[in-house]
Design a protein around this ligand. Structure first.
Ligand SMILES: Cc1ncc(C[n+]2csc(CCOP(=O)(O)OP(=O)(O)O)c2C)c(N)n1
Ligand SMILES: [Mg+2]
Length: 674
């Protein structure tokens, strides 16, 4: 079934069934009981309190607490147990504009309501968690609710932390990853036990490969019911250990904030990455005397890990670069992670070195900068005499290091000692912070009477010529008036549409491979892709994180139709929190990047197995959810439609029907498998 560009109809929606429930009525399986206490000056918002019996433990180890007599603190207070399902969310009103976008929580409990039912000198686990998040500068959690975690919400209300509730936990985890990338602060997702946590696994795994410092907090059954078969009980820590830098159980209420601070310390050690904490329900809900809880104070529980490398190696690199005739530098994601834009730019300018950028390093130099190169990378790496790889591993994107001239001196700088020299021998390795090291190298080189900058002029001209030739070759496609629309034309129009301000997000297969060649972020931190895990579905969660963290900036996202479908329901979350963005679906009614490989391997007669999507009108989907939507079939209509989406001030989807039989060169070379 080959999609046509006319007469594509809706009607092939996947029938995705979204259930936001824990598969139970509160009160049925866990004995959870809900009491409703009105809070706030008008009393319009019901506070749901967990009436479950909790054990208040004042000391000892987790193991000692099994079989402990429960003191029914919350249960005593609940009074009238209704057993009804919670309908509301603490501090969050659906449909209400997210005050979080202005840095304000949407509801803040008064001082009395925060602790109104309790003696002032005790504190619960959820409130301790929120204090630790606040101390780290985390102003938002991304979450999907569950009975195991609601005390954290209550703590967030007190600490002024925004609660962004999504429709799938994968979205919460990707959004936390995205928030970390944008802000440099750790992102935090809070999910319930069992399926809530397993749903978030992909987001955590993606953050691991992308070196993104996020914290996932998962609920867990009560310790007092450990291994008894409690609702949603799973060995979360065992599951999370291989994909995190740190995974632990909070064993006691008094340690809740302390463990959060440990998780952050680990998340920022070396190359950043995710941490995971599970908090058993009785540990979270119990209250401990304030004086027994360790509450790390802001700025006082972890040190800077910025390492400037071995000074002798820095000298050696300066020496290599000063004497290089044909150097090239690759600025990878860690250049953004370490916020090294300035030292990187200064170094390449002072020494006249051509710079290539990948991943989050894109945009370090703006397009048009004399040291910004992109399309001549292979030529440069074949012909350079010194190649400096900064903050990116020799993984599949780098051909595992095999695509570098064997004759070149290769230098690798990375935050992670495990990455340096992995897969390929190097001539010099430096472990540390890209910014510190590049600044030190520039400093060491600046003392030389002639740093060789002038002598490298012909080398840059040579590369510029290769670059221009590659650009010219592509230009006819970029300007193509063909119908169906050529994907090159679409990504060209998107590139023209981006402003200095636009954060660009790519989520898809072949269509995003096209965009990688043409779309140029205009500033650092303005490019977001999944990273080396290659996870489809990061798009909407990244939009959520980016627009929430940077409400004044424009966010533009390009989706494959396949990729969008994975997490697209959270378009509704963007509407609910009033987070406008310009979305484009490059719709080929296929999982084209995979289809190409199948066609090559099994022939055209067998190419259409497991990769065909319906002709879904995503513009209508956007409108159904309260956003802006338009479809485009004529290439001349792309730019005006994008402008109207921008002006709509709403979350938007422009559904662009693209030629399903045009493939990106990267897809045709199958570079990702080589
Ligand atoms: C979560 C996830 N599932 C599957 C894949 C494998 N995969 C890579 S590209 C691709 C096709 C994506 O289709 P679409 O987003 O429509 O982009 P297109 O290639 O059609 O432009 C798939 C399924 C993946 N990378 N991530
Ligand atoms: Mg597609």
């Amino acid at each position: 079934m080959s999609p046509t560009t006319t007469g594509r109809q809706a009607g092939q929606h996947t029938g995705e069934n979204v259930s936001g429930q824990d598969g139970k009525q509160a009160g049925e399986t866990t004995g959870e009981q809900i009491s409703e206490t009105a809070i706030g000056p008008t009393g319009e918002r019901a506070r749901k309190q967990v009436g479950e019996s909790v054990s208040e433990r004042t000391g000892g180890h987790a193991g000692e607490q099994t079989g402990e007599t429960a003191s029914e603190q919350a249960g005593e207070r609940a009074g009238k147990h209704t057993g009804e399902s919670a309908k509301g969310k603490i501090g969050v009103t659906s449909g209400e504009k997210a005050a979080g976008t202005t840095g304000q929580p949407r509801a803040t409990a008064s001082a009395t309501s925060a602790n109104g039912d309790h003696p002032a000198e005790t504190i619960s686990g959820g409130h301790l968690v929120a204090k630790a998040l606040k101390a780290e500068g985390v102003d938002t959690i991304f979450t999907l609710c569950g009975g195991h975690i609601i005390d954290i919400y209550d703590g967030c209300v007190d600490e002024g932390i925004s609660v962004i509730d999504v429709r799938h936990e994968q979205v919460a985890a990707h959004a936390a990853d995205g928030y970390a990338r944008i802000t440099g602060r750790p992102g935090c997702a809070v999910v319930t036990a069992g399926p809530g946590t397993t749903d978030a696994v992909t987001g955590v795994a993606n953050a691991l490969r992308a070196e993104s410092p996020m914290l996932l907090i998962g609920g867990q059954g009560a310790l007092s019911q450990h291994k008894m078969g409690s609702l949603q009980d799973l060995p979360h820590v065992d599951m999370m250990t291989p994909i995190t830098k740190f995974a632990a159980t909070v064993p006691h209420t008094s340690r809740a904030a302390d463990l959060v601070s440990m998780a952050f310390r680990e998340a920022f050690a070396g190359a950043p990455g995710p941490s995971f904490l599970e908090i058993p329900r009785d540990v979270l809900d119990a209250r401990v005397p304030l004086e027994n809880a360790r509450i790390p104070q802001s700025g006082r529980y972890r040190a800077s890990t910025r390492n400037a490398g071995d000074p002798a190696d820095v000298e050696q690199l300066a020496d290599l670069l000063v004497h290089a005739k044909k150097p090239a530098i690759l600025l990878g994601s860690q250049v953004w992670t370490t916020r090294a834009t300035e030292p990187a730019t200064e170094l390449v300018r002072a020494l006249n070195i051509p710079a290539y950028m990948n991943g989050a390093g894109r945009g370090t130099l703006p397009p048009g900068d004399p040291h910004h190169f992109q399309l001549s990378r292979r030529y440069a790496f074949d012909n350079a005499d010194v190649i400096v790889i900064v903050g990116t591993p020799f993984d599949f994107r780098m051909g595992y290091g095999k695509r570098l001239s064997a004759a070149a001196k290769v230098v690798q700088i990375d935050l992670d000692y495990r990455t340096v020299g992995k897969n390929r021998d190097i001539d010099l390795g430096i472990v540390g912070d890209a910014g510190q090291i590049l600044a030190a190298v520039a400093d060491a080189a600046s003392g030389r009477a002639d740093n060789g900058a002038v002598a490298r002029k012909p080398w840059l001209e040579e590369l510029r010529a290769v670059e221009e030739k590659a650009k010219l070759k592509r230009l006819p496609h970029q300007h193509s008036d063909a119908n169906p629309i050529h994907p090159y034309r679409l990504v060209h129009e998107i590139n023209e549409f981006l402003t200095e301000d636009s954060i660009y997000i790519g989520d898809g297969g072949d269509i995003v491979t096209f965009s990688g060649q043409v779309v140029q972020p205009k500033a650092p931190g303005h490019w977001m892709d999944p990273g080396p895990l290659g996870t489809l579905g990061v798009g909407i969660p990244f939009v959520l994180a980016a627009k929430h963290a940077r409400p004044d900036q424009e966010v533009v996202a390009l989706f494959g139709d396949g990729a969008f479908s994975l997490t697209g329901w959270d378009f509704e979350t963007l509407v609910r929190f009033d987070l406008p963005f310009v979305g484009i679906v490059g719709n080929n009614s296929s999982m084209n990047q995979i289809r190409y490989g199948q066609a090559q391997k099994y022939g055209l007669a067998r190419e259409r197995v497991g990769n065909t999507l319906g002709d879904v009108p995503y513009d209508q989907f956007a409108r159904m959810l309260g956003g802006y939507g338009e479809e485009v079939r004529d290439p001349a209509d792309i730019a005006p439609a994008l402008r109207r989406a921008r002006e709509s001030g709403k979350p938007s989807l422009i559904n662009v029907w693209v030629d399903p039989d045009a493939y990106a060169p990267g897809t045709m070379n199958q570079t990702m498998y080589k």
